[in-house]
Design a protein around this ligand. Structure first.
Ligand code: NAD
Length: 437
């Protein structure tokens, strides 16, 4: 099958490479000529474990190509994926400019029966608009299908090759057959493919992300109460996670959700619901709790130094910058809020992240210093803040940390250390919702 993927970002590049890995002939298109040139040179523009191997193998097998020419990629394609961004507009609604722009751009080039797939996360009714846009510019034989993407950055290849489920929204038998054929290499059990109406598929994606965001905000709120009442949130997590109705995943308290999806998708569903006349009190709270949580660590460290001459000129070490481990994605990362708040309070901020240094620089610029290792970051620090739970940091023992720095003040935004062990190593340690050691 010939596949065109329009938009070669996290989703488009992973999807394109994985479809090529599964045997299809894939052309990935992007309007960013530098990105296309880099990909043609074998350079992967994002950090995603395993992606380089899948891309290089598929290119070597002559099944994966990169171009800026949408028309050429689309005209021979059996399936065209739209995988461009849907950033929040001014009021938080998903901005569909890029998606509908692609619909208009591909329309005149469709030849033979083509399935046009909306993989971008889009509000209910967007596939109807994509279809209307294409029909306004072409009389091509085609169906528009909703096929939202559920991959997680940091584990994207594995998620794509071994999906929990593939959601396909269409009423067309022809489109259903073609999509089933395309996904066949990745499907072990028929229940993994969920066919449904297009609008249901569009809603499913938002409901999934909003549910996960709600769990995070819920646990963060529980952690605040734990902090106030000397209860360990990790005990509570174990206690509730063992209930099969609740499940063990997504129960970590921390410093709030970030990334390119949860913040914008919560906002988008909020606005969609409000525009439809629905009271969206729960999602409003999910967002409000998250906003407070993102500022929590900066507030705590500023308060800590308030009676010690203030935080001005104190050296504050940030361990991690990316919004989560195994990615260099800095979009909506809590580190941005924390870094900016500390810089505004005149602290000297020095940060170390194993991979996100360049992307972090785009957000935080030269206002903070970037260390070459965690040891360099904590050396001479007045306080150490854990921002991202990279494995590299999880592996640091309290004794190792104590040997690397004279600093004995730690604010752990990801609960990677044990309070009792940290206390024994001499640290004044504060996690999120953890009992003092
Ligand atoms: N990143 C994730 O983890 C993730 C997961 C699931 C779903 N999604 C959704 O997938 C969509 C894409 O997200 P992303 O993170 O890959 O975005 P991204 O910003 O990383 O990539 C989008 C790409 O599209 C390109 N582009 C824009 N307009 C174009 C056009 N007219 N023609 C060709 N290329 C064009 C951009 O240059 C960019 O490279 C969004 O709707 C997002 O919500 C993202």
């Amino acid at each position: 099958m010939k596949v065109a993927v329009i938009g070669t970002g996290y989703v488009g590049l992973v999807a394109g490479a994985c479809f090529a890995h599964g045997g299809q002939r894939v052309t990935c298109v992007d309007i960013n000529a530098d990105k296309v040139a880099a990909l043609r040179d074998g350079k992967i523009p994002i950090y995603e474990p395993g992606l380089d191997t899948v891309v290089h193998d598929a290119v070597a097998a002559e099944r994966l190509f990169f171009t800026t020419d949408t028309g050429a990629a689309v005209q021979s394609a059996d399936v065209v994926f739209i995988a461009v961004g849907t950033p929040p507009g001014e009021d938080g609604s998903a901005d569909l400019t890029y998606v509908l722009g692609v619909a208009e751009a591909v329309a005149p080039h469709l030849q033979g029966y083509t399935v046009v797939v909306c993989k971008s996360t889009v509000p209910v009714g967007t596939c109807d608009k994509v279809e209307a846009t294409i029909r306004a510019h072409s009389d091509a034989d085609m169906d528009v299908v909703s096929n939202p993407e559920f991959l997680k950055e940091g584990a994207a290849i594995d998620d794509f090759l071994h999906p929990d489920r593939v959601v396909i929204g269409t009423d067309s038998d022809r489109a259903r057959e073609r999509m089933a054929e395309l996904y066949k290499p990745y499907i072990e059990r028929s229940e993994q493919v969920l066919f449904m109406a297009r609008r249901s598929a569009e809603m499913t994606k938002y409901a999934a992300n909003c549910m996960l965001a709600a769990r995070i905000s819920f646990m963060n709120e529980v952690a605040r109460v734990c902090d106030a009442l000397d209860v360990d949130v990790l005990d509570v997590k174990r206690g509730i996670g063992s209930d099969r109705r609740i499940g063990r995943h997504f129960l970590n308290a921390g410093i709030g959700y970030g990334g390119s999806c949860f913040p914008k998708d919560v906002q988008a569903l909020l606005r969609t619901g409000q525009k439809a006349g629905c009271d969206m009190a729960l999602l409003e709270s999910v967002e409000a709790v998250n906003a407070v949580q993102k500022g929590l660590l900066a507030e705590r460290v500023i308060a800590h130094f308030a009676d010690q001459g203030g935080i001005a000129d104190k050296r504050i070490a940030l361990l991690g910058l990316a919004f989560k481990p195994e990615t260099d994605d800095m979009r909506e990362a809590p580190s941005i809020v924390i870094g900016k708040a500390l810089v505004a309070a005149d602290a000297n901020v020095v940060a170390y992240d194993p991979v996100a240094r360049e992307t972090a620089y785009e957000e935080l610029g030269g206002d903070i210093a970037y260390a070459a290792s965690w040891q360099d970051a904590v050396d001479g620090a007045d306080a150490v803040l854990v921002i991202t739970e990279w494995l590299e940091f999880r592996g640091i023992s309290p004794e190792e940390l104590a040997a690397a720095t004279d600093c004995r003040v730690v604010f752990d935004g990801r609960n990677i250390w044990d309070p009792a062990k940290m206390a024994r190593a001499g640290f004044a340690y504060q996690g999120i919702g953890r009992r003092a050691g």
